[in-house]
Design a binder for this molecule. Structure first.
Ligand code: ADP
Ligand code: MG
Length: 241
């Protein structure tokens, strides 16, 4: 199982949101860490095929995702950064809608929806409108739709944004438990969200990959510091925290 970004550049007019980024992913959890504006969402939108890179390509097991099309989309789960798109839907209806978009066969749909609802502890709230959910519940329903159909690649864009510390921990534990034989990419600007669960960390700043390594190696490399928080402060300073 290989997902590869090859020399990805994304320009918005003259602005380079990503500059010649190459990364390989295999099974495991990856943390995409960087301040606001680093290019995290842009990278995720390119991986999911929602955005076309200006230069470069994304390959899944060697094939260009533009050529793979629906075959690639079938193995992909994505929770975008913005919430609030489906406030009028109940949690369950939203999941039915997403399951239909994902071509999950009717026969499996009900069981699959029950599975993901109970996974994110929303079975009891499944009939309430999403608009009435707390921030944490909204993030959890987004994660639930991302894991519908048991995709091989799961992309979670700031799944802990706006949550209180207790909810952050809960989301982190849920992400850790999905893992198995999957590629999971989680973006955040909060080190503690991913430092204990990520196999590798990708440090992104101004559209460039500053480093890509294990937490332990990064700590050694950036001056034998105790934890990733100090690496982050060293690289990104007080940027935004
Ligand atoms: P992050 O998710 O790390 O906060 P983004 O990928 O959203 O970063 O943005 C990276 C850079 O690209 C930022 O400078 C942002 O302002 C810019 N950008 C993102 N989307 C657009 C767009 N649609 N048009 C113009 N500039 C954009
Ligand atoms: Mg973003």
């Amino acid at each position: 199982m290989h997902l590869e970004l090859e020399n990805i550049t994304k320009k918005y007019g003259e602005k380079r949101a990503l500059n010649n980024v190459s990364i390989s992913f295999s099974e495991g959890i990856y943390g995409l860490l960087g301040p606001n504006g680093a290019g995290k969402s842009t990278m995720m939108n390119i991986i999911t095929g929602n955005l076309k890179p200006t230069v470069g390509s994304v390959r899944w097991n060697g094939g260009d995702i533009r050529r793979l099309g629906s075959e690639y989309r079938a193995v992909l789960g994505y929770a975008p950064q913005q919430q609030g798109l489906y406030n009028a839907f109940s949690g369950r209806r939203f999941l039915c809608y997403m399951a239909t978009l994902k071509n999950i066969p009717r026969k499996q749909m009900k069981t699959e929806i029950e599975r993901v609802l109970s996974y994110v502890n929303l079975a009891d709230a499944s009939k309430k409108p999403i608009g009435a959910y707390s921030g944490g519940m909204k993030q959890r329903i987004l994660i639930a739709q991302a894991i519908l159909g048991d995709p091989k690649i799961i992309i979670l864009d700031e799944p802990t944004a706006g949550l209180d510390p207790k909810e952050r921990v809960r989301i982190r534990e849920k992400i850790k438990d999905i893992s198995g034989d999957k590629i999971i990419l989680v973006s955040t600007h909060v080190v503690s969200d991913i430092q204990s669960i990520a196999k590798e960390i990708i440090l992104l700043k101004d559209g460039e990959v500053l480093d890509h390594n294990t937490v332990a190696n990064l700590c050694v490399k950036y001056g034998s510091v105790q934890d990733l928080e100090q690496v982050y402060m060293r690289l990104f300073g007080e940027d935004e925290h």
